[in-house]
Design a protein around this ligand. Structure first.
Ligand code: ADP
Length: 492
């Protein structure tokens, strides 16, 4: 039996404090699951204007935290609260950096001072721990925003007794975001120039905070086994495949779990009527379907399925093939609702498509958690035609809501969804491999056609609902990984 660990999770977003995507769900749920396994877990996130709006019960923990940036000290304040009555959480407040409408980028593009914002965040984590006198066994870093933490520990803090026994794990939630900045930002980090090389932070002449995390942490993980294999290839490695092959022995895949207190039709606080997950066609789901149609101002007879989508509007999510497929899809016996926000080009595209197909397609350009829950519960099918998908959460949420996923077979989508076979009655969704409008259309047509057969449809819904993707088993895998990281740190 391994010992109880002291763990700090460092994340640039976590529910209920802030969210742009799946990372927030993971960073809000994993600490609770680790705590339930008996470990001491704390969480650090920035305090954004979005966090302020949550009306949290926060207190001031450290009134002035001085964080070195270049040759000056930047001040911040550490606020604290307790996540879900379980996990002490520190919110680093620095209004110049974080009191903004968005977290990382506006529809027009990234904030120009992102390097400085997340140098500050990464360094604040270490400075804060010292002030709190909390030495973690493991710091669990997530994505490029915390990628400098392992580099700091291996350089500026290498001889610091306080962190002598602290190891690091770096989880990649999306390799597409690499925290790339020009080399002249290097002095702002205070990291030594000796690590500005191919085995360090340098990346094709620039610096990459993601690469820093990949090179300097004791172990690496990503959010599905499939994606952990894919990212070692040029197609999915997005330039990092060499680094990932180099660190292959230390790279693990752990699929994300689901917080069923939040994402289950039995407990959902946002839906019109909760319903059971026993797989029987329920009144509750019908009520949620009606509510969703009303919310979006759509009409659909009961044999017309609603296909839902909730997504960041980014190239990764397959909107190019969806746009190409739409004229054909709109001829089918279906209606669609899409909730999304992100890049301006997609805002424009979907505003136009919404107009053109207004009887059968409704697009809401917004970030709206309540509507997201209503789409999960009220839709009959859920579409994710992603070009790549590290894990994907909505397809896993959809299963519990009896909302059948139609996905492209990539990364976590491929790992979690098995194509339904009407002969054997096995499978939980619909899946296509080739990234093309044609294959997407075929997959949707198969789903729509099966929907017309209530016996078969009930079977697939039952298969989906009875699956259990709760966090417990993934949290246990993380504990194993933390122990591996601890061992590695002892050796190095
Ligand atoms: P990613 O992290 O790449 O955005 P995931 O599928 O892992 O994709 O997680 C997306 C999470 O963000 C889900 O919880 C989803 O419901 C939520 N989400 C995405 N876009 C929106 C939106 N426009 N409004 C509300 N929630 C959203």
């Amino acid at each position: 039996m391994s010992k109880n660990l002291k763990i700090l999770i460092a994340s640039s977003e976590a529910i209920p404090f802030s969210k742009t995507g799946g990372l927030a769900d993971v960073a809000g749920a994993l600490p609770k699951a680790l705590k339930s396994l008996g470990h001491e877990v704390r969480l650090e996130v920035p305090y954004y204007s979005m966090s302020k709006k949550q009306n949290l019960n926060v207190k001031e923990e450290i009134s002035s935290l001085e964080v070195p940036i270049a040759d000056r000290k930047q001040q911040g304040t550490v606020l604290s609260t307790v996540l879900a009555d379980k996990v002490p959480t520190y919110l680093i407040k620095q209004d110049q950096y974080y009191d903004r409408e968005y977290l990382y980028s506006t529809p027009q593009g990234d904030y120009p001072d992102n390097a400085e914002r997340f140098i500050f965040f990464s360094r604040s984590i270490l400075e804060m721990l010292k002030k709190l006198d909390f030495t973690p066994d493991v710091i669990h870093c997530n994505d490029w925003q915390t990628g400098l933490v392992p580099a700091y520990l291996k350089t500026l803090y290498a001889k610091d007794e306080f962190f002598k026994n602290t190891s690091t794990i770096f989880t990649v939630h999306n390799l597409g975001y690499q925290g790339k900045f020009w080399a002249l930002d290097m002095p702002m980090t205070n990291l030594p120039w000796e690590i500005f090389n191919i085995n360090g932070i340098e990346y094709y002449g620039d610096i990459s905070f993601l690469k820093s995390g990949l090179m300097f942490s004791d172990v690496l993980s990503t959010v599905s086994k499939g994606y952990s294999r894919e990212i070692q290839t040029p197609e999915f490695g997005l330039g990092m495949e060499g680094v990932l092959q180099y660190r292959k022995k230390d790279l693990y895949g752990i699929v994300n779990g689901v917080d069923y207190e939040v994402w289950s039709p039995e407990n959902d606080k946002f839906i019109k009527k909760t319903y059971s997950t026993n797989g029987k066609t329920s009144e509750g789901k019908k009520t949620c379907r009606e509510d969703l149609l009303k919310e979006f101002g759509l009409k659909a007879a009961k044999d017309v399925p609603i296909i839902g989508m909730i997504s960041r509007f980014a190239d990764q999510k397959g909107f190019d093939i969806l746009a190409e497929a739409l004229p054909e899809l709109m001829k089918q016996n279906l209606v669609m609702v899409i909730l999304g926000t992100g890049e301006q080009k997609y805002h424009d595209l979907f505003t136009a498509l919404n107009k053109e197909y207004s009887k059968k397609l409704k697009v809401l350009i917004a970030f709206d958690n309540k509507i997201a829950h209503k789409i999960e519960a009220g839709s009959d099918m859920f579409l994710m035609p992603s070009k790549y998908e590290p894990c994907g959460l909505n397809q896993i949420y959809s299963l519990k809501y009896g909302t059948i996923p139609i996905v492209r077979a990539t990364g976590g989508l491929d790992d979690t969804i098995q194509g339904y076979n009407p002969k054997t009655g096995k499978g939980n969704g619909f899946k296509f491999s080739e990234y093309s409008a044609q294959k997407l259309i075929e997959s949707v047509k198969s789903a729509v056609s099966l929907f017309q057969d209530p016996t078969q449809w009930n079977k697939i819904v039952q298969n989906a609902m009875k699956e259990d993707h709760s966090w417990e088993s993934s949290a246990k895998e993380y504990i194993n990984l933390y122990n591996i990281a601890l061992e590695k740190n002892k050796i190095n």
